[in-house]
Design a protein around this ligand. Structure first.
Ligand code: SAM
Length: 332
């Protein structure tokens, strides 16, 4: 089949698809969601398992998608996850398949996910102190996350990456402790700058912990040297810790944007294509799909949606407007 690349007006080609499987989550991280949760999408608006697999198949067969990351909300709360992974794996043995998860319940499902064809996982963990974990996530579940990480490793879902967000006066004093904990277990830690994507609109440029501050904190305890391998389209800048082989990554989406190298496209749980986390508009594949569109027509819509991708997310522009959907509803 002829592949139509998902190319935008600036020559960037998307080959990395982030698929949100649900907007629901079982944690309430303060920088993402209010304590009471959000108005979840009605069930009939969420793509069915078959609809997800069909759109992913179109992406893989017709649009040059090479890498798929399932996310949410929390992808592990999606009942059909293992079966979706199995069906997507059957599309192409060479696909890179991963999930981004908070790891709650992963201890039970890691083996089945690996057996279904998942390659690896990214786990979000901002602290290894139980009290700080409760403060950030508003849930007493640190032990479950730690058990989930261990189960993922035992199931061969490596290399395991851990994503952490540092919050001022909450866990910003724990950067080195978290890095040491990850290194001791062979997990690759990446710090993500906090972005204006929370439902409560509580983010501020002055309040966020910047990449420079993260380096200052880590360099009190570790020697960091830039990793030699080229970064390519990867969002994380990688550094060797104390000469390596352990590394630490910093994803400086706000202070050192990497939009020029972006190769990502997103599909929300309700079937909207988003060409950027910060896009102000979406393209409705679900309506077309349920209206009887052919694979070729859906692929054409997707190609058109990518043409409108902005050159950059513009967080630092005075005219910047936060997207209507929060991170949990887009798929982080
Ligand atoms: N529930 C899954 C998880 O915890 O990984 C997947 C969805 S979650 C929205 C994906 C990632 O987005 C997590 O690593 C989370 O820390 C991050 N995230 C959420 N809100 C964010 C924000 N405002 N700025 C930066 N990262 C954020």
């Amino acid at each position: 089949m002829q592949v139509q690349p998902l190319e935008d007006r600036y020559g960037r080609v998307a080959s990395d698809l982030r698929v949100s499987l649900t907007d629901r989550c079982n944690l309430r991280c303060s920088y993402c969601m209010p304590a009471e949760g959000l108005d979840w999408l009605p069930g009939d608006e969420v793509l069915s398992d078959d609809e997800v697999v069909r759109l992913v198949r179109i992406g893989v067969e017709r649009l040059g998608i090479k890498e798929i990351r399932f996310t949410g909300g929390e992808p592990l709360v999606r009942r059909g996850l293992v079966d979706i992974v199995r069906q997507v794996r059957a599309l192409d043995p060479a696909l890179e398949l991963s999930i981004t998860t908070n790891a709650l319940g992963l201890a039970r499902t890691a083996g089945a996910l690996a057996e279904a064809g998942l390659n690896r996982i990214n786990v979000s963990l901002d602290t290894v102190r139980a009290d700080t974990f409760n403060t950030i996530t508003r849930r007493d579940r640190l032990d479950d996350v730690v058990a989930g990480l261990a189960a993922a490793e035992a199931a061969g879902l490596g290399p395991i990456k851990v994503n952490a967000v540092l919050l001022r006066d909450v866990n910003d004093d724990q950067a080195s402790e978290l890095l040491r904990w990850c290194i001791d277990r062979g997990y690759e830690l990446r710090f993500i700058e906090q972005m204006p994507l929370d439902a409560q609109h509580g983010w501020s440029r002055d309040g966020m912990i910047t990449a420079d501050e993260i380096f200052t904190r880590l360099e009190r305890d570790f020697e960091l040297t830039p990793a030699v391998e080229p970064r390519g389209s990867a969002p994380a800048e990688l550094f060797l810790v104390d000469g390596g082989p352990a590394t630490v990554g910093v994803i400086a989406s706000v202070t050192r944007p990497f939009c020029g190298d972006c190769d990502r496209v997103r599909l929300t749980a309700d079937g909207q294509v988003r060409n950027c986390l910060f896009a102000r508009s979406e393209s409705d594949l679900r309506a077309a799909l349920r209206g009887g569109a052919t694979d070729a027509e859906l692929a054409d819509r997707w190609v058109v949606a990518m043409r409108g991708k902005a050159a950059g997310h513009g967080i630092d522009d005075p005219t910047f407007l936060q997207p209507d959907r929060p991170m949990s509803a887009i798929g982080g």
